[in-house]
Write a protein that binds this ligand. Structure first.
Ligand SMILES: [Zn+2]
Length: 255
């Protein structure tokens, strides 16, 4: 776990809430979930897998867990990691989701008291999902009827990108990056003088622009890699993350 704190009042902890090692390629991956202290309480950005994914996984999750070599350890869930930090689940007041795939939203039932902030287009994709393009939605993640808060059109710009401000201090924005799913978004979090920009599954693993070929990126993670690459060169104040980072990222970035 990384405690990522610059000179400012913000504390962002980066938890790895879905450790996996796919059969091919044999990468060792983790999925960052960001725990942000705000004036409105603790905000969790993506949840990773939840307890139910280990205790009674759906058929689809069992298939993906085998395929992606997900470590069979419920201690990796956000709720168990927070418990080890002495934080009860009801202290997580808000959850912001990049998208609703099971490896990003699986932990929702572990935080039933939280408001869940998501782009409306992503929720609608869940309701009317196409089983071929959105097969990684797991209905169990939403069976407890989360307290949704939906967002639609961008109302401002953040560092030149269309943005939707969320009601938190320090600032957090949803940045529409549709493509990986129909309503997939990035999440930008003010961190001192800079920003942490979770681009999630709009970027290749480890936020390495060249890691995977362009045709594969367009097919699996959407059209934003070239744009984000150019944007990142202009914005050194932002640290980009992807939805899946090397496991070594979670230890070597400790601070
Ligand atoms: Zn995804």
């Amino acid at each position: 776990m990384i405690k990522f704190s610059l000179e400012a009042p913000v504390t962002i902890r980066i938890l790895n809430c879905a450790a996996m090692s796919p059969w091919f390629p044999r990468w060792k991956l983790g999925a960052p979930c960001l725990l942000v202290e705000t004036e409105q309480g603790l905000v969790l950005v993506d949840t990773g897998l939840g307890l139910h994914d280990y205790q009674h996984p759906s058929k689809m999750v069992r298939f993906f867990n085998l395929d992606f070599g997900v470590a069979n350890d419920p201690e990796n869930t956000a709720v168990r990691q927070l418990d080890r930090l002495g934080i009860p689940p009801q202290e997580v007041r808000h959850i912001v989701l990049t998208h609703l795939h099971f490896d990003h939203a699986g932990g929702l039932p572990d935080f039933p008291h939280a408001q869940v902030h998501v782009h409306r287009r992503e929720y609608e994709a869940l309701l009317h999902h196409n089983p071929w393009t959105e097969l990684a939605y797991d209905r169990q993640d939403f069976a407890h009827a989360p307290q949704w808060v939906f967002y639609d059109q961008p109302t401002t710009q953040w560092c030149g990108l269309e943005a939707i401000p969320l009601p938190f201090s320090p600032s957090i924005y949803i940045i529409p990056l549709f493509g990986h799913t129909r309503g997939h978004c990035g999440v930008a979090i003010q961190d001192g003088q800079g920003w942490l920009f979770q681009c999630a599954d709009a970027l290749p693993t480890n936020a390495q622009f060249d890691l995977t070929p362009a045709w594969l990126n367009r097919l699996v993670i959407g059209p934003h890699v070239p744009t984000l690459r150019a944007w990142a060169a202009e914005h050194p104040e932002a640290r980009l993350l992807a939805g899946h980072m090397w496991q070594s990222f979670f230890t070597t970035n400790d601070r």
